[in-house]
Design a binder for this molecule. Structure first.
Ligand code: ADP
Length: 368
């Protein structure tokens, strides 16, 4: 009897190493193991999934078996899989949500750094850079979330190779799919790819707010936001919801684009956001003979940065490999050696370094 009790305690301890891949916490802390019974060396684990049809069910059950079997004295493991009742799930989601005020993305003392990436116009590579930057930051050991708020031109899931991924609702929370170490949520996961999204301001505002409040990102070091180009409703909503976000403006070397890039940055500033710098994308293409083809001219990034009085953070050259990586859902930053990928990696290094300098700074969300 005493042996059974000791074995049960050892099995429970072992189950503490099983992590729910979506919530990213031990299942024993998520009320997912209401019972462990032991008879001789035979162990039965009562496993309750958060939702029916949980996509992670197979891997969780496998990990439970492996963990329980690894305990000395266990000869046989059976796992009885069920789904937690609504009351337990509600209590769990309330706990995960923590003490975030309703409608607010973060708790008041959150240290998550928010970086919104914006551009004056579409097609300048804003999403490509945001996706690569997110992956590069995650590869540096940071906990990274990415919100694709480009509601009309959502492309982040494809760029990260998870075009068909769907988030899992758990009670009132939404568990974001993960790709290359980044927790990702996109409007593209909620609508048919061929459906035109034609929402008006209030609907967009609610959607963005829901992304920020109901999606369970866990404790993030950095939350990146891919904003729609221009100065529209979403940019203004983000400004209201996250007035202390940092903003990076992406533009091309074409000096004619500097005007529109500057305008989108000024909107961010008006809502209290902090424009930290400009990234010039589609800079000169280095050719096989070593000469540089400036397809889109030169100087646009520096021009925009100067007008805004902020640094030019990076110049990312035109690159076939960067484009191909995006098309294939394999971000180029995962394969060092490409000039564009390496430039984004250096930008990630710079941002990761600055992030640490912010330790202890409060996000200071103002009540709306
Ligand atoms: P945006 O988000 O600004 O609309 P995208 O990231 O969708 O722009 O990029 C537009 C197109 O340009 C995509 O086909 C992308 O692969 C390509 N692209 C972006 N940056 C580069 C670059 N540095 N070199 C080559 N192609 C690029």
């Amino acid at each position: 009897m005493a042996d059974d009790e000791a074995l049960e305690a050892a099995v429970r301890r072992a189950l503490g190493s099983v992590i729910d891949p979506e919530i990213r916490k031990p299942i024993t802390e998520l009320d997912m193991v209401p019972g462990v019974s032991v008879q001789g060396g035979q162990v039965t684990v009562d496993l309750r999934l958060t939702v029916a049809g949980c996509p992670a069910a197979v891997s969780i059950e496998r990990d439970v078996r492996t963990a329980a079997s690894s305990v000395d004295g266990v000869s046989e493991v059976s796992v009885s899989v069920g789904v937690m009742d609504a009351a337990t799930r509600d209590a769990l989601t309330a706990r995960l949500r923590g003490d975030r005020p309703s409608g607010h993305p973060f708790t008041a003392d959150s240290l998550t750094r928010v970086i919104a990436v914006t551009s004056g116009k579409g097609g300048v590579g804003k999403s490509t850079i945001t996706a690569n930057l997110a992956v590069a930051l995650a590869a540096r050991g940071l906990s990274v979330g990415l919100v694709d708020a480009d509601v009309f031109g959502f492309s982040i899931p494809g760029l990260l190779g998870i075009a068909d991924a769907k988030p899992t609702p758990v009670g009132e929370l939404i568990m974001p799919p993960r790709a290359h170490g980044v927790a990702v949520i996109s409007i593209g996961m909620f609508v048919d790819a061929r459906t035109a999204v034609s929402w008006r301001g209030p609907m967009l505002h609610r959607t963005v707010q829901q992304f920020l409040t109901d999606v369970h990102f866990g404790d993030l070091d950095v939350l990146l936001l891919d904003l729609p180009p221009g100065t529209g409703d979403v940019a203004i909503s983000i400004g209201q919801l996250l007035p202390h976000a940092d903003v990076i403006v992406v533009t091309t070397p074409q000096t004619a684009a500097a005007d529109v890039a500057e305008r989108s940055a000024l909107v961010a500033r008006q809502t209290g956001q902090n424009v930290i710098g400009v990234v010039e994308n589609m800079s000169g293409l280095v050719q096989s003979d070593g000469s540089v083809l400036e397809l889109f001219g030169s100087g646009g990034g520096a021009d925009t940065a100067e007008r805004l009085g902020v640094p030019l953070l990076a110049k990312i050259p035109l690159s076939v490999a960067l484009r191909e990586g995006g098309d294939a859902g394999e971000p180029i930053v995962l394969r060092p050696g490409d000039a564009a990928g390496d430039a984004i990696a250096r930008l990630a290094d710079e941002l990761a370094r600055r992030g640490r300098g912010l330790a202890g700074r409060k996000l200071g969300l103002s009540p709306r």
